[in-house]
Design a protein around this ligand. Structure first.
Ligand SMILES: [Zn+2]
Length: 275
């Protein structure tokens, strides 16, 4: 399996022209479900800048909803500047880096959102090093191929100046899949696909801009990948811990520098408050 994105949402996407392209089971009302799914696909870089969205009829079939519901979702995407319509030829992704940044600027992040991101990374720092440990022991040639494909797609997106988040996620998902333990896969997917688009925009801004951060992430991924390839389970665990901890430190830097940062408890303050 060369294309690891085929693994995303397996068994959950409805049959249709866009099968596998979007998560179709997002929570909320019908049009919100469609909107969240499309907006996640665009903001994560899964659906590229300049790409033409499937037609209203195709989207309606994919999500199992009526065309007016699809139209409502598209109206919100258009209003947010994530897509633009071209008369007679359909809807195109504006995406790129300006779309999430523009949305971020118009809706500053709240202390609650920042706290959620810290919680995500705290949890990942517990789960993912262990996933890397088991992946190094159990990986098959097909798992290696999936991880390497995710790395290559990250490198390509980064070189093209495109949003890389989805390819970062695919790398982590491919490690969870290599553990052969579905709980790791569920944990990784639940963090990626839970509601809250502001989270995704924040993660992108913090971890992948400026672009030299993408270089650091690629280097960290390369270390994890090499140790999993060598079946060095302890080494892979420690390299993954360092990668997630580096992400946590980047987030803490971002929070300290932001206006809302003062309202967010640092990990140390939080530990002290529960004693
Ligand atoms: Zn990563």
């Amino acid at each position: 399996m060369a294309d690891s994105s085929d693994q995303t949402g397996t068994g959950r996407a409805r049959a249709g022209a866009s099968k596998g392209l979007f998560e179709t089971d997002r929570p909320g009302g019908l049009h919100q479900r469609v909107h969240r799914s499309l907006s996640h696909a665009i903001a994560s870089g899964k659906f590229e800048k300049g790409a033409r969205l499937p037609s209203e009829a195709e989207l309606a079939a994919t999500f199992g909803v009526s065309r007016p519901v699809v139209r409502q979702a598209l109206d919100i995407l258009r209003r947010d500047g994530l897509i633009e319509s071209q008369r007679g030829s359909g809807n195109y992704v504006r995406g790129g880096e300006e779309a999430p940044s523009a949305a971020a600027a118009s809706a500053p992040f709240s202390p609650v959102q920042m706290q959620h991101l810290l919680d995500d990374l705290e949890f990942r720092e517990v789960i993912e090093p262990e996933a890397a440990f088991f992946a190094a022991r159990r990986r098959t040639p097909a798992d290696m191929e999936r991880m390497e494909a995710a790395m290559r797609r990250f490198e390509d997106a980064h070189a093209a100046g495109a949003i890389t988040h989805h390819f970062d996620y695919l790398f982590h998902e491919s490690i969870a899949l290599a553990t052969t333990n579905g709980h790791f896969v569920d944990a990784v997917r639940s963090l990626e696909y839970r509601p809250g688009d502001a989270r995704l925009q924040m993660r992108h801004l913090i971890h992948f801009l400026p672009s030299h951060r993408g270089v650091a992430v690629l280097r960290e991924h390369g270390q994890v990948l090499a140790l999993i390839r060598e079946r060095d389970a302890d080494g892979a665990r420690s390299a993954m811990w360092k990668h997630i901890d580096a992400a946590r430190l980047r987030l803490i830097d971002f929070i300290s520098a932001s206006d809302a940062g003062a309202a967010v408890a640092t990990p140390v303050e939080r530990d002290a408050s529960i004693r």
